[in-house]
Design a protein around this ligand. Structure first.
Ligand SMILES: Cc1cc2nc3c(=O)[nH]c(=O)nc-3n(C[C@H](O)[C@H](O)[C@H](O)COP(=O)(O)OP(=O)(O)OC[C@H]3O[C@@H](n4cnc5c(N)ncnc54)[C@H](O)[C@@H]3O)c2cc1C
Length: 483
């Protein structure tokens, strides 16, 4: 392509390099990455930007809502280690480390699993999950091969633990799919680029919600809030002219020198073909197709009173033995989705609230179920596993959740690398997030469309601290272009 706009763009670049205010920037999405990009641009006096957000609220997959006595997080909930979030909020004392306690393990036979045994089972699971791995294979095939072998060796003198450990196979499958954000554990690869930050891995926002982070980010530059336009779903990004043209669902139209796209991988998967003109390059299209983004599901239940233990307790996790699972399938088929419940967990500063965590193939079904049916299912599990240990367990009188998978502006929870994406990235010679993050440039090198968002982070994809860093990175790319 050799179009006149390319030489024209070089002239613009030269003449505007001293006037940052003239550089027109559009940010698509007011999630963590979009707000971080706006923050960095403001800090460097690139103030001529607008954020177009499809939802009627700011935050994206940060979604803190007042529920019960405090804020609960329907999206990102924990700060995983001493990362950029930790640095950003350190002086405000917002984060609190949690102690590493494992949940109480409840067995479908109603037999109580002693806490020391439950702890050993969880430790054995984490040893396998965290062990360094080499071959590009799925968690499912790796666990299929290794689990029995490792469990047998680990519990060789403890036959009771060994039996429970073998029964826990399905439970740990759910923990893996929840960490990976996948419906199946046969999709994510065991040799991903993801890296863990040092420090406490489960820091909470002490009942103030993860939204506190957004407040910290926008507090320094309050003008950012005035630059966000809500209910603006972008449908077209036309980038082969000197100015990019962005069209929205409501018929409105914007132009810009640069567009920072922060929509989720799930949205890119579903819409990239209609969203970009010219279409995305082959490598990017391939990686979008092959990376994974399914979902997890959290539901908060408020009870009229706290009926679960108060101290040294983080929650219950549920272990179905073969008989329990057969019975569920045969006699309660309409509630079979409850098998994807990992557990019920306590919530910070919210004494009467329990948070249910689901992961696995039933999430699309669970998202479609009514509040009443969900409460029926949860009460069924509570009665099956816990009735003999707690008396007069009341029904919940409050319920809140967000359906990330069915929402067209997210289409899932967080991204993961898959066996197939690994194969393609090896062939291309670049890691998946780096391929995703490559900007679309004119032939003169002007980055017209830039990509931020969790899935574009080379080592912290899927998580909030990764999303923030990518927003900063793409703002810096624009700033560097004008230096
Ligand atoms: C249930 C859940 C629990 C999680 N827990 C944690 C956790 O504990 N710790 C952690 O670190 N991370 C967690 N995460 C992941 C974390 O929330 C994300 O990595 C991070 O918030 C992603 O931010 P982002 O800016 O990349 O994307 P998003 O937050 O998805 O932002 C993209 C924005 O683009 C908007 N958008 C989409 N399409 C369009 C369009 N066509 N036009 C205009 N706007 C559009 C969306 O509405 C959205 O606001 C969790 C995620 C979920 C869903």
């Amino acid at each position: 392509m050799n179009k006149p706009y390319k030489t024209f763009s070089c002239q613009i670049h030269f003449s505007l390099s001293f006037d940052k205010v003239m550089v027109k920037i559009l940010i698509i999405g007011a999630g963590a990455a979009g707000i971080a990009a706006a923050n960095r641009l403001s800090e460097n006096r690139f103030t001529n930007f607008t954020i177009l957000e499809a939802e009627n609220r700011v935050g994206g997959r940060i979604y803190s809502v007042k529920f019960g006595n405090a804020f609960v997080d329907l999206g990102a909930e924990f700060c995983h280690g001493e990362n950029i979030i930790y640095d950003l909020v350190r002086k405000y004392n917002l984060l609190k480390p949690t102690e590493m306690i494992f949940p109480q393990l409840c067995h479908s036979s109603k037999e109580l699993v002693r806490q020391d045994i439950a702890d050993e089972l969880f430790k054995a699971f984490y040893t396998i999950y965290m062990a360094p791995k080499q071959e590009n294979q799925s968690f499912g095939s790796y666990f299929d091969q290794k689990y029995r072998e490792i469990v047998t060796a680990h519990f060789q003198d403890k036959s009771h633990c060994k039996g429970l450990a073998l029964e826990s196979f399905d439970l740990f499958k759910k923990w893996v799919t929840s960490y990976e954000g996948s419906f199946s554990w046969y999709t994510p690869t065991i040799v991903s680029d993801y890296q863990i930050c040092k420090g406490n891995h489960l820091m909470t926002w002490q009942g103030n919600g993860c939204g506190s982070l957004l407040k910290v980010l926008t507090k320094k530059y309050p003008a950012i809030e005035d630059k966000i336009i809500l209910n603006k779903e972008v449908t077209d990004i036309i980038w082969d002219q000197d100015e990019a043209v962005v069209k929205c669902q409501d018929g409105s139209r914007y132009t810009a020198d640069h567009v920072i796209v922060t929509v989720s991988l799930g949205v890119l998967k579903e819409k990239h073909q209609s969203l970009f003109y010219p279409p995305l390059p082959n490598n990017k299209e391939t990686i979008i197709r092959k990376l994974g983004m399914d979902s997890i599901h959290q539901i908060f239940f408020q009870f009229p009173r706290r009926w679960w233990p108060v101290s040294e307790f983080i929650g219950f996790s549920f272990l179905w033995d073969e008989e329990g699972m057969d019975d569920l399938k045969r006699n309660n088929a309409d509630k079979f989705w409850v098998k994807d419940l990992i557990g019920l967990f306590c919530v910070d500063q919210n004494p009467n609230v329990l948070e249910a965590w689901f992961s696995g193939e039933f999430i699309p079904t669970i998202e479609s179920l009514s509040e009443e049916i969900i409460i029926e299912g949860i009460m069924f599990v509570i009665e099956k596993f816990l009735k003999d240990r707690f008396v007069d367990i009341p029904r919940p009188n409050g319920f809140i959740r967000h359906n990330w998978y069915s929402n067209p502006h997210f289409r899932g929870g967080y991204s993961h690398q898959t066996i197939k994406s690994r194969e393609s990235s090896t062939e291309i010679g670049m890691s998946e997030p780096n391929i995703l993050a490559e900007p679309l440039c004119t032939s003169s090198g002007k980055p017209m469309v830039l990509f931020a968002g969790e899935a574009t982070h080379p080592i912290y994809y899927s998580v909030l601290h990764g999303a923030i860093e990518t927003g900063f990175r793409e703002a810096d790319r624009i700033i560097a272009y004008y230096k």
